[in-house]
Design a protein around this ligand. Sequence first.
Ligand SMILES: NC(=O)c1ccc[n+]([C@@H]2O[C@H](COP(=O)([O-])OP(=O)(O)OC[C@H]3O[C@@H](n4cnc5c(N)ncnc54)[C@H](OP(=O)(O)O)[C@@H]3O)[C@@H](O)[C@H]2O)c1
Length: 254
Amino acid sequence: MIDLTGKTALITGASRGIGAACALKLAEAGCNVIVNYVSSAGRATEVAARIRDMGRSAAAVKADVGVREDVESMIEFVKLEFGALDILVSNAATGGFRPLLATTDANFAAAMNVNARALVYLVQAAAPLLEQCGSRAKVVAISSHGAHMAIPMYGAIGSSKAAVEALMRHFALELGGRGINFNVVRAGLVDTDSTRRLPGAEQIFAGRIHKSMTGERLLEAEDVANAVLFLASPLSDLVQGCTLTVDGGADVHL
Ligand SMILES: NC(=O)c1ccc[n+]([C@@H]2O[C@H](COP(=O)([O-])OP(=O)(O)OC[C@H]3O[C@@H](n4cnc5c(N)ncnc54)[C@H](OP(=O)(O)O)[C@@H]3O)[C@@H](O)[C@H]2O)c1
């Protein structure tokens, strides 16, 4: 069992979906957790309450990760209230599903800002705390197949995920020698609020069974969180600048 007792983890976009699963998984392993959200105060507060019920410290913190000042205030809060940061999971994302030809400047800017630029804000603000954490600190970013494949209606988000993966490799190069690991979990399709808005969602979900190479057991948010847990733990100390795909084998065959 992975024991992260006493570590402090910040998970962006942890009010629901994959982020909430990561927050609960890391808390189960012993972490104190900062649950970031931007609009779902009630749901974030519930996740934090469930974490406190496990006997850990937790706080729900509102911050738009696409706004540098918000990110800096959130990290300052972590420093003052928790005194340390060992694990940062960059999970929050936004962006509507539409063809690139119909993507406005505002659509494209939102996807790039919240999904990719936020990672720069987070690491710049958190690096001093991460460097002081005593063992190897872990930064894990959540990506998707849009980073390396063409997916209908996903051009802006997919491009932002390609940027996330490139940023993580470059951060590994810049900060790997200063005690921080940067790795990506590239998730397959999980049923969450955002993917339920995919045009043709029902059909796409139904088709997952044909793509899976893990029988009828389909990918859930907790499977993604399990990979995050590994990359947040000392078991992955020598895993650096990598992308770990968690999709039941869906992308390795036609
Ligand atoms: N679901 C999938 O199939 C899938 C597949 C591959 C990768 N992913 C990736 O996994 C991550 C989570 O996806 P999900 O499906 O779980 O999403 P989701 O259910 O739509 O949840 C999105 C989360 O991000 C937060 N968020 C959005 N904009 C934010 C901002 N500007 N600042 C701070 N938080 C913000 C939301 O907070 P509020 O609740 O407060 O709005 C929410 O907690 C994303 O990076 C996504 O690209 C998902």
